[in-house]
Design a protein around this ligand. Structure first.
Ligand code: PHE
Length: 339
């Protein structure tokens, strides 16, 4: 019986050692340690032994069972660890692989320049206001001192949407809306799209952008206008930039000026960009006409103000040396990616 036990024990140990997976181990556990297992069966033969032999044999059987049990436990733990390791290995991500390229969006050059301009004017205490692109004749012309039969209407070829409805030709319409809604002191800029039925060429587009500026308060003079525009021009084009006022005409300002800055390309010496003059025209401006103040319920005897309208597209094309304004509106990725 002892020899039989030894044989079963060593067969069991060999089998467990040779097992390849947890199913095999489980089968071996049942085969040797289960209720009907071989080691259990040996215990049942104890009845044939003498009372002295029984405890000795019993102990041997228990030792054999314990040895097989602990080997099974050891093997199981090792197998579980191995299985876990294999699973993790299969799941690992190779972080050294090159990633798929992500296409990063960029700001349109018009937006970059506009953001810079807004920063400059906000730092001077201006608010940013918005106005509708579809305007009434009233806001776009009438209140701006341009009655229906005024020859100044010819200065701006207008897209009419109906008798009194049009696409705004200038952000100046926002002046009126602002003066109707706010009491002086007023300091606002209104950036936005404007529309004119112009002939399309390298410097003209039926859609373009303006930034209207408006300041109304007691004692505002042309000097304030020049100071603000000089500060603006120097921030945009550099410290040495000079600003020049040329007399001009706008129906809603009196006096009116056209404003030139020294050419940032040649510093004023004259070059291709400024067509040899050394100056580049960047905006129209002037002192708000008393009629305009009056039409908004502001007493021109008490208050005065200035307004200016900057062409954002011109500013952008000169900054980036873009030869054709139409490029700004075609949204060709190959063009936009360069900024
Ligand atoms: N609105 C004018 C234009 O589009 C520009 C301007 C604005 C002039 C404000 C004077 C004052 O031509």
């Amino acid at each position: 019986m002892k020899a039989q036990l030894e044989a079963i024990k060593s067969a069991a140990i060999a089998a467990v050692n040779a097992a390849n997976d947890q199913d095999e181990i489980e089968a071996l556990r049942v085969q040797y340690l289960g209720k009907k297992g071989e080691l259990t069966a040996i215990l049942k033969q104890m009845g044939s032994l003498s009372p002295e032999e029984r405890p000795v044999m019993g102990q041997l059987v228990n030792e054999a069972k314990a040895a097989v049990e602990s080997l099974i436990a050891e093997k199981t733990t090792a197998m579980k660890a191995k299985a876990q390791e294999e699973k993790l290995k299969a799941e690992t991500i190779d972080i050294t692989l090159p990633a798929k390229p992500v296409n990063k969006g960029k700001l349109h050059p018009l937006n970059t320049v506009l953001d810079d301009m807004i920063d400059i004017f906000v730092s001077m205490g201006f608010d940013v206001v918005d106005g509708p692109e579809v305007e009434t004749d009233h806001y776009n012309f009438e209140c701006l001192n341009v009655p229906a039969d005024h020859p100044a209407r010819d200065m701006q070829d207008t897209f009419y949407l109906g008798e009194n409805l049009l696409l705004r030709t200038q952000t100046s319409a926002a002046q009126i809306r602002t003066m109707e809604n706010r009491k002086p002191p007023i300091r606002v800029i209104c950036p936005g799209r404007v529309f004119r039925a112009d002939e399309v060429d390298a410097t003209h587009s039926p859609v373009f952008h303006q930034i209207e500026g408006l300041v109304v308060d007691k004692g505002i003079t042309m000097c304030d206008l020049k100071g603000v525009l000089e500060q603006f021009a120097q921030e945009i084009y550099g410290k040495d930039t000079q600003v020049k006022f040329r007399p001009s005409f706008f129906p809603f300002t009196e006096p009116s000026v056209e404003v030139d800055v020294t050419c940032s390309e040649c510093g004023g010496k004259g070059c291709r960009v400024c067509k040899g003059s050394g100056w580049i025209e960047i905006l129209g401006a002037g002192m708000v006409h008393p009629n305009v103040l009056r039409s908004c319920g502001i007493d021109p005897e008490e208050y005065s103000g200035f307004a200016f309208g900057i062409g954002l597209d011109r500013l952008t094309t000169t900054r980036y040396k873009i030869s054709d304004i139409r490029l700004l509106f075609e949204n060709d990725k190959r063009f936009l990616e360069q900024f």
